[in-house]
Design a binder for this molecule. Structure first.
Ligand code: GLY
Length: 363
């Protein structure tokens, strides 16, 4: 078991519990001043776990609502948020309510954003149910919705009071969803935990399916992410390192109109960005090969073919760009991210450099 306490400068403490069966502890994390619980998740996750959460909260919450919405990224909108808010208002949920965000990235981003603005902000607890959400999206307080102008463009930093990470919840996860999470795990290891990376290299067959080792790997990721977020909660600097693989990855995802799963796109992005790192930040060639090999052994290859011409326009729209230049978070070695001589955590990559690195692997 790992209990990690993430103390943040701007707000309260966030307690993260990582343990098989941790969801059974939900009631022990309940604060005496909370009167009502609103469990929010998509209809699939509510069907799987909503009833159980209601039972777990019944001894501590005076009033409980379980609110579902249609599954899928298409629901992560201002319209769904408004609908959830209206249901909470109609149900008379006051400021002493706690929102229990249940599910993967979409549910947590959406429910967390509802918590950030409902009655000017109420408490929330995250219960992530996908590997991606347990190692990444559920930690760090990013909440938000998509707009027709792009993903995650409206939102807030709103730290959950607690995050309950229960690897047993992963047992119902489809294999493709698990691979998405493994890609985020590789990212976290490259960014901040060389030991985890080596451990993953030694456990690739086991990692393919849910198993008791998950708790160890997830706890390492949570710890690494907490370390980064503690330094830079609102991404004014170091937190940008968590975008390793995502600059190219997001552009690939968008170029495929989201037909390529997030984890596969991020894996493709990490392979290209590791190549960029060999050229720009001195990543040893051998480390780039280790990243490629691990990704392949985790079942994230063969990669689909996406021509660079389709990807290029989306790179130009990346949120990290400055003065028209694409900026990428790059490792100096596995477990250590590189800074520019001026101390910045992202590096300028010219379109030509990106195309060269892309051409080497992806077409
Ligand atoms: N998923 C990246 C971050 O939380 O900053």
């Amino acid at each position: 078991m790992a209990r990690l306490r993430l103390t943040l400068v701007r707000r309260v403490e966030c307690e993260v519990v990582v343990e098989r069966g941790a969801v059974r502890e939900l009631a022990t994390l309940w604060r005496p001043d909370w009167e009502a619980a609103a469990v929010i998740g998509d209809d699939n996750v509510i069907a799987l776990h909503g009833g159980r959460l209601r039972d777990l909260l019944a001894p501590v919450a005076r009033k409980i609502a379980v609110l579902g919405f249609l599954p899928g990224e298409a629901s992560k909108t201002r319209a769904t948020k408004e609908d959830l808010e209206d249901r909470l208002l109609a149900g008379g949920f006051g400021r002493r309510s706690c929102i229990v965000a249940l599910g993967g990235g979409v549910s947590l981003d959406l429910a967390g954003f509802v918590a950030a603005t409902y009655l000017r902000g109420v408490a929330h607890v995250n219960v992530p149910t996908t590997l991606t959400a347990q190692v990444d999206a559920g930690i760090g307080g990013k909440t938000g919705v998509d707009t027709s102008f792009g993903k995650n463009l409206v939102g807030a930093f709103h730290q959950p009071v607690a995050v309950v990470v229960d690897p047993e919840l992963l047992e119902t996860l489809p294999a493709g969803e698990r691979r998405n999470g493994l890609a985020e795990m590789v990212k976290t290891a490259v960014v901040a935990d060389e030991e985890l990376f080596s451990w993953m290299e030694g456990h690739t067959p086991a990692l393919a399916a849910p198993n008791p080792l998950d708790a160890h790997a997830i706890a390492r990721c949570v710890e690494a992410k907490c370390g980064v977020v503690r330094d830079d909660e609102t991404e004014t600097g170091r937190r940008a390192v968590l975008n390793f693989g995502h600059t190219i990855g997001h552009a690939i995802e968008s170029a495929s109109s989201f037909a390529i799963p997030h984890g596969v796109a991020v894996a493709m992005g990490m392979v290209v960005e590791a190549r960029l790192a060999v050229a720009l930040t001195g990543l040893p060639e051998e480390h780039a090969r280790r990243v490629e090999t691990l990704i392949s052994k985790l079942g994230l290859t063969p990669f689909p073919r996406v021509p660079f011409e389709a990807v290029r326009p989306f790179l130009a729209a990346d949120k990290k760009n400055r003065a028209g230049e694409v900026r990428v978070a790059l490792p100096a070695r596995i477990g250590v991210m590189a800074r520019t001589p001026g101390g910045e955590w992202t590096h300028v990559a010219t379109p030509q450099r990106i195309e060269e690195a892309y051409a080497r692997h992806l077409r």
